[in-house]
Design a protein around this ligand. Structure first.
Ligand SMILES: Cc1cc2nc3c(=O)[nH]c(=O)nc-3n(C[C@H](O)[C@H](O)[C@H](O)COP(=O)(O)O)c2cc1C
Length: 323
């Protein structure tokens, strides 16, 4: 399939794996890219710029296809070494960067000067327009369904994607709630040039995370996610567990007076315990409503092949048959 996104990034299929903390390591990024999509290494999971340089080199050893690095700008306790990460990305010959969180203006000129394509992930049309205005090449439009941080507007992709299509000139991909060929075709119909998936790629053979996490996603339904940190205006969609329900109970009592310290025990430093240790009660971790559509753990190649084969069948069969 050929779209503005496959052309821009030099990939075979319009399918991107979004950056994911402690999930987007070289193994997953390489597997997605080798399967014809665009894999993404999560920059901030690497403790230092040197570690990121090493992760990029490891990925390069596993694939000769393009892959991306995610740079997330979110409230963190200590500010990461963004200039160092940018240098590692440029020196490592990475061709695509996915930015997320805040507006990426602080890193954009350096990435653009190095000829790197920048796709900014955002949760509203106004932020997408801002990304276009400052010179991003593409955007990833992340609807309310998404795992991770859906923003504070709560607009699902059925509305957000056509709104983005009406306003944007640069190409965009759908993100949030995407799982299969139906997702891809619906996204294309609404004006997107491809789709970005997070949760779906966690339940793959190559995702370098504990089997307990993959099993939890397969076992979960679309009713099992919760929104935490809403009072902090840093909303995160996570899979429910005892820790998440504790956070929600505190937030219900304290309301807008909730401080990060009140919930830190259940949200800070959780990812290594869950993703590496497989402790499913260690705290809150991001997961999308799309868990309800995930019933197996294929390889990335099987997943992407299935999506592209079924997408063609939907277009040539069901849709064409309606005309
Ligand atoms: C476990 C997990 C960790 C994530 N970590 C990040 C991150 O560090 N940076 C980021 O930009 N997005 C992060 N995301 C969001 C994904 O890149 C993607 O936008 C989102 O998962 C899309 O929604 P979906 O899960 O419904 O596919 C994360 C998502 C998950 C599920």
């Amino acid at each position: 399939m050929k779209t503005r996104i496959t052309e821009m990034f030099g990939i075979q299929h319009p399918i991107i794996q979004g950056g994911m903390h402690f999930v987007g390591l070289a193994e997953l990024a390489a597997a997605v890219s080798n399967a014809g999509g665009l894999g993404t290494i999560t920059g901030l999971t690497q403790k230092s710029a040197a570690d990121l340089a090493n992760e990029i080199a490891r990925c390069r050893d596993m694939t000769d296809k393009p892959f991306a690095v995610n740079l997330t700008f979110l409230p963190t306790v200590t500010s990461p070494d963004y200039p160092g990460y940018v240098k590692a990305i440029i020196d490592g010959g990475v061709t695509v960067v996915e930015t997320a969180g805040r507006n990426p203006i602080q890193v954009l000129p350096y990435l653009k000067d190095a000829g790197i394509k920048v796709i900014h992930k955002c949760t509203s049309v106004r932020h997408a327009l801002k990304a276009q205005e400052i010179g991003c090449d593409a955007v990833s439009v992340d609807g309310f369904e998404c795992g991770g941080h859906p923003g504070e507007d709560d607009i699902p992709n059925m509305i957000l994607l056509p709104r983005a299509a009406d306003e944007l000139e640069i190409p965009f991909v759908s993100s949030g709630g995407q799982a299969d060929a139906r997702s891809l075709i619906a996204s294309l119909a609404m004006g997107a040039e491809g789709m970005n998936m997070g949760t779906r790629f966690m339940a793959t053979v190559e995702a370098p995370i504990h089997q307990n996490v993959k099993d939890a996603i397969v076992a979960a339904s679309e009713l099992d996610t919760r929104l935490i940190m809403r009072p902090l205006r840093n909303t995160e969609r996570v899979l429910t567990n005892a820790a998440v329900e504790r956070v929600l109970a505190i937030e219900a009592v304290k309301g807008t007076a909730t401080q990060f310290e009140d919930i830190a025990a259940d949200v800070a430093g959780v990812y290594p315990k869950v993703m590496v240790g497989g402790d499913m009660e260690a705290g809150a971790w991001s997961c999308g409503m799309v868990a309800g559509l995930i019933h197996d753990i294929p390889t990335c190649q099987q997943l992407i092949n299935r999506i592209m084969t079924e997408a063609e069948q939907i277009i040539r069969g069901r849709l064409a048959g309606m005309l």
